[in-house]
Design a protein around this ligand. Structure first.
Ligand code: FMN
Length: 429
């Protein structure tokens, strides 16, 4: 399965923030993912990051303002670059470049490209905390987010080069690469930067839960959290405000940046978070693989290897059914997606899925076979069947990013239909 960035033309622009020292990492990652990359630096960025390094990593000349005035060019460079790109990434975006863009100024090569381009622009601002929170910067930030095709990647909080701790750190290059890949993973090409989830509040659960056996050992499963975290991040890129409740997960840390994460360990802890927050949510995606059993009593010691078989043989009870509980208590119009990790023949899986969907009362259920090569726990790809109450949609093997988009499409449609029904209108999709 070719990656979503293979052959895509990505123009990476750096403006004058110290975070420009990380731009080469981004360029290198995009090239490794198969993208055709061109780089552009503003005069200030040129003083902070080496144009030679960017040229070497992108295997192409790195453009700067002087190139605009090359008399051998028959077409203006800013138009050529704007039309060449499938995606423009501004990382980092300085306060000055942000200001120029928001005012519609074409001063300099990057500013003119930003006005001339008609493709999505992924923007990662970086600056000192006080600068970032300055009303003028915030005003400019609001303005550019209203431009078509702009996909904002909010700065993270952390230790800044000015020795201050706070908001203003550029989104991690791994997250920027993931966002670029996510944009090209949307099936409808024309919609890659649509922010259809804007204003919606989504909770995603991800990863496995751990139920203690004794002080040292746990009962769990092989879920890594990959699918849930990607679903959460893709929803954020589509404009949703996302909360992620997760058990222990093993995904690159930057993938969780920009999302409110609530780490938990057991099914009980996950249930408390979900029920506390359920009333204010528009949708919930239960992607977590909750462990099935828990011990009635908590053991505060580690039992010996010899005592273990006896301990494992009794004292277990079923964990609460989180999905069924959410379904029972959900407010009107809240959309609920469940996941069922199943194994077996296709027809039996679909039948089991239908029975689960009815029993649990959610709107959508993703039947996720975990016994097929190259998909499921820990893999990059996934497949199966998405079930609604009166339909079955086959999801052929696809990347987890593409699946995240398709699940969000289905949830969105279900949410709109439920809202229309609640309004008494007879709208269907
Ligand atoms: C060492 C150094 C670090 C800087 N870091 C930032 C920064 O992180 N964010 C920012 O907006 N400006 C930063 N600036 C200021 C910008 O470089 C300056 O505003 C410049 O005009 C930006 O121009 P440009 O947007 O055309 O690249 C820094 C300046 C220096 C000298």
């Amino acid at each position: 399965m070719p990656g979503p960035l293979v052959g895509r033309h990505v123009l990476v622009a750096a403006s004058g923030s110290i975070a420009a020292v990380k731009t080469p990492l981004l360029v290198s990652a995009l090239v490794k993912a198969g993208a055709v990359v061109r780089c552009l630096v503003t005069p200030s960025a040129e003083r902070l990051v080496s144009a030679v390094a960017l040229a070497s990593l992108s295997r192409h000349h790195c453009y700067c303002d002087g190139d605009q005035w090359d008399p051998s060019r028959s077409r203006p460079l800013h138009i050529e670059l704007a039309e060449w790109a499938d995606l423009v990434v501004v990382a980092p975006m300085s306060a000055s470049t942000l200001s120029r863009w928001s005012q519609g100024s074409g001063e300099g090569l990057l500013a003119s490209v930003l006005l001339a381009t008609e493709v999505p622009v992924l923007v990662a601002p970086a600056m000192n905390t006080a600068m970032w929170h300055h009303p003028a910067v915030q005003q400019n930030w609001r303005v550019v987010q209203s431009f078509p095709g702009v996909v904002p990647l909010l700065p993270a909080s952390g230790l800044l080069a000015c020795d201050r701790r706070g908001d203003g750190r550029m989104a991690d290059p791994m997250l920027i690469e993931l966002a670029a890949a996510a944009l090209f993973s949307r099936s409808e090409e024309g919609a890659i930067a649509d922010r259809d989830w804007e204003g919606k509040h989504l909770m995603v659960s991800a990863g496995a839960t751990h139920e203690p056996i004794d002080q040292a050992r746990v009962l769990t499963n092989r879920s890594t959290g990959h699918m849930g975290v990607l679903l959460a991040q893709v929803a954020r890129l589509r404009g949703a405000t996302v909360q992620l409740v997760h058990g222990p997960i093993s995904v690159p840390e930057p993938w969780c940046e920009g999302i409110e994460c609530i780490p938990v360990t057991t099914a009980d802890e996950m249930q408390r978070v979900l029920s506390d927050r359920q009333p204010s949510l528009d949708a919930i995606a239960m992607v977590a693989a909750v462990a099935d059993l828990r011990r009635a009593e908590r053991l505060e010691t580690k039992v010996s290897k010899q005592q273990l078989p006896e301990l494992l043989a009794s004292g277990w009870s079923q964990v609460p059914d989180l999905l069924a509980a959410l379904s029972k208590h959900r407010p009107r119009g809240q959309t609920l997606l469940g996941f069922a990790a199943l194994a077996g023949e296709d027809a039996a899986l679909i039948a089991q899925g239908k029975a689960k969907l009815d029993a649990k009362g959610c709107d959508l259920l993703m039947v996720n076979p975990i016994d097929r090569l190259g998909q499921g726990f820990g893999d990059q790809a996934n497949g199966g069947w998405l079930l609604g109450h009166d339909w079955t949609h086959e999801m052929p093997l696809m990347s987890k990013l593409t699946m995240a988009h398709q699940l969000l499409d289905a949830m969105y449609q279900s949410h709109i239909a439920a809202a229309a029904a609640a309004d008494g209108r007879n709208e269907s999709w």
